[in-house]
Design a protein around this ligand. Structure first.
Ligand SMILES: Cc1cc2nc3c(=O)[nH]c(=O)nc-3n(C[C@H](O)[C@H](O)[C@H](O)COP(=O)(O)OP(=O)(O)OC[C@H]3O[C@@H](n4cnc5c(N)ncnc54)[C@H](O)[C@@H]3O)c2cc1C
Length: 556
């Protein structure tokens, strides 16, 4: 196979909000190659419904948004990162508008003020949205803008396999310090199966989340934790992986094929109420904010009701509101529910929790730098420290925008300073040759299902030591089996994803086993309380080991 060599100033892995917004800015300072494993629109971003949080209302303040984020994060958030997030918000939203994103405004089409929504855990209305299609509108605007820029080249159906570091050159073993430098990535052309070398002075991982390691998820199929697993293999620090957010309200279907339809938090923001099968409003008495309590609390309350009554779902009801308003406010959710046989203007929606958002990821500093030199991370694959033990609704699109901007500010300085001087090493051609065996592929599919089921059953909303131990033993076995397939088989996008899924699942389990307390999204029945000794501590993993580290002591 004739593999190719590409070179650019910036390599962007992923074409969601983080990758595209970084690429648009970086193109001012140099050439940009974007690799994306399916079509350019295939991303979590494209499915975001609710909106982007930002302080834009007169009665709101940065302090309010900072406090809400830290409270939702169960006091585990890194305050300096939250301040960067919140204070940069309004400027990043204005930038999106300049790039063509059309958000919903009040007072008719010429209205000048944002139609700011409210979501769980927010003390004020601050959710900028485009009806219930925010992600799609943003993704379209970013893709259009990127397509107009000649120094940006998009490579669709290209799957990044591994990072290029001195590891591949046989130099010193990677560690969790700045001795390791990233020079780009090995990237698979899905169609031809050629593995090409994409060299770059600066690489940014923007590969999104990992909802697909769970059986039920709101995430599209691209979310398999690829960037996190790649960086971990290269020696980067990864943290907070135990904090997987389960969205409380995904549409319940008897037979779930693929991603579950999300019923946005904004529906509860407009007044929707939760009922169990007995018609009881079970959120009363659970939290002062009732249905608008933070997601972890609502998801656990639903889980409890399902276990208590032996039901498969609960009900979300907004049928008491004006139908015209509902259809106008939630056109996408309305159409999708109708397709599934539920008219929510007339009847309640059956809902269950589903894996939705990974708060952890590759640990980054305030400039979005990872612990590996010249490797930046933004969006859902990053662990900036913003979300702590639980993400506040609509803070993720904002985080992706803000920290890809931080990455741009920092990395463009490096590229400009070293223009013409950066000599990237020559990397060996991809040499992994295997033989395809059809029988093996049946087993691989089975492995995917096994990972998803064991994560759902043992590492879900409510955990215990017994279940985590079981999960750990099984994941180690699967990991060994999958590395063996990987060595022996012809490379393909599916195999690359499977290898990354097992690593990501293992990291989530390791995080969950190490955090011996219940905080935010991580609930262990053997340690049901918060442990103050673990306040401000992150579970940090790298291929050099696992450590419980004080957030303020994480430096690279
Ligand atoms: C249904 C749903 C609704 C949501 N609603 C909201 C909301 O209202 N507000 C909010 O703030 N957040 C919301 N979120 C979360 C938010 O959408 C995501 O956190 C955010 O879009 C992540 O952006 P990203 O750029 O990091 O990743 P993504 O948008 O997921 O993009 C990742 C990109 O990386 C590519 N990729 C992955 N692996 C590889 C690889 N190996 N090689 C090459 N390319 C690769 C993918 O193909 C994709 O292009 C929602 C999420 C979902 C699923």
């Amino acid at each position: 196979m004739n593999s190719k060599i590409y070179e650019s100033d910036f390599l962007v892995i992923g074409s969601g909000i983080a990758g595209l917004s970084f690429a648009i800015k970086a193109s001012e300072s140099g050439t940009v190659n974007i690799v994306t494993k399916k079509k350019d629109t295939d991303s979590n971003t494209n499915y975001a419904q609710g909106g982007i949080s930002s302080v834009l209302a007169d009665d709101d303040s940065f302090d309010n948004h900072i406090d809400d984020t830290i409270i939702a994060g169960n006091f585990l958030s890194k305050k300096s990162a939250v301040e960067v997030l919140v204070k940069n918000g309004p400027e990043r939203i204005r930038e999106l508008i300049e790039w063509g994103a059309e958000f919903s405004f009040k007072n008719g089409p010429d209205g000048k003020s944002f139609d700011l929504g409210r979501e769980g855990g927010h003390s004020h209305n601050r959710i900028v949205h485009a009806m219930d299609l925010t992600g799609k509108i943003v993704e379209e605007a970013l893709l259009k803008k990127a397509a107009e820029i000649t120094s940006i080249k998009m490579f669709e159906d290209h799957t990044a396999v591994d990072l290029l570091t001195q590891h591949q050159l046989g130099e010193k073993k990677c560690g969790n310090d700045r001795n390791t430098t990233c020079y780009g990535a090995y990237v698979l052309e899905n169609e031809t199966k050629s593995v090409d070398i994409f060299k770059a002075a600066v690489t940014i991982i923007a590969t999104g989340g990992a909802g697909n390691v769970y059986l039920h998820t709101t995430n599209p199929s691209i979310a398999t934790g690829d960037g996190i697993a790649m960086a971990y293999r290269a020696g980067a620090l990864v943290g907070d992986m135990e904090f997987m957010q389960f969205h409380p309200t995904a549409f319940y279907e008897e037979v779930q094929d693929g991603r579950a339809l999300l019923i946005s938090e904004a529906v509860r923001g407009e007044g929707a109420l939760l009922y169990n099968s007995k018609g009881e409003r079970f959120m009363e008495g659970v939290h002062d904010l009732k249905e608008l309590a933070p997601r972890d609390i609502v998801a656990r309350a639903i889980d409890k009701e399902l276990k208590r009554l032996g039901d498969k779902h609960v009900f979300l009801d907004i049928s008491f509101k004006d139908p015209d308003f509902l259809i106008k406010r939630f056109p996408f959710i309305y159409a999708m529910c109708l397709k599934k046989g539920v008219d929510f203007t007339k009847e309640p929606i059956p809902v269950v929790p589903a894996a939705h958002y990974l708060c952890g990821g590759i640990i980054t500093d305030l400039n979005a730098r990872s612990s590996i030199e010249n490797l930046y991370v933004a969006g859902e694959s990053a662990c900036t420290g913003v979300h702590g033990a639980n993400r506040l609704a609509s803070n993720s699109l904002l985080e992706a925008l803000v920290f890809s901007h931080q990455a741009f500010l920092h990395s463009s300085g490096y590229v400009k300073k070293n223009k013409g001087r950066t000599i990237l090493p020559d990397f060996p051609k991809w040499d992994k040759e295997g033989t395809f065996d059809y029988e093996e592929w049946v087993l691989i599919k089975h492995d995917i299902n096994e990972i998803k089921s064991l994560m759902w059953d043992y590492v879900g909303i409510v955990r215990s030591n017994l279940r985590l131990d079981r999960a750990y033993r099984r994941i180690l076995f699967l990991e060994e089996e999958i590395s063996d397939y990987y060595r022996r088989s012809t490379i393909s996008s599916k195999l690359v994803q499977l290898r990354n899924m097992v690593t990501t699942a293992k990291l989530i389990i390791c995080g969950a086993m190490t955090r011996k307390e219940s905080r935010g999204l991580h609930f262990n029945t053997d340690y049901p309380d918060i442990n103050d000794d673990m306040k401000k501590c992150a579970v940090q993993c790298s291929n050099a080991g696992i450590q419980m580290k004080n957030l303020d002591d994480i430096r690279f």
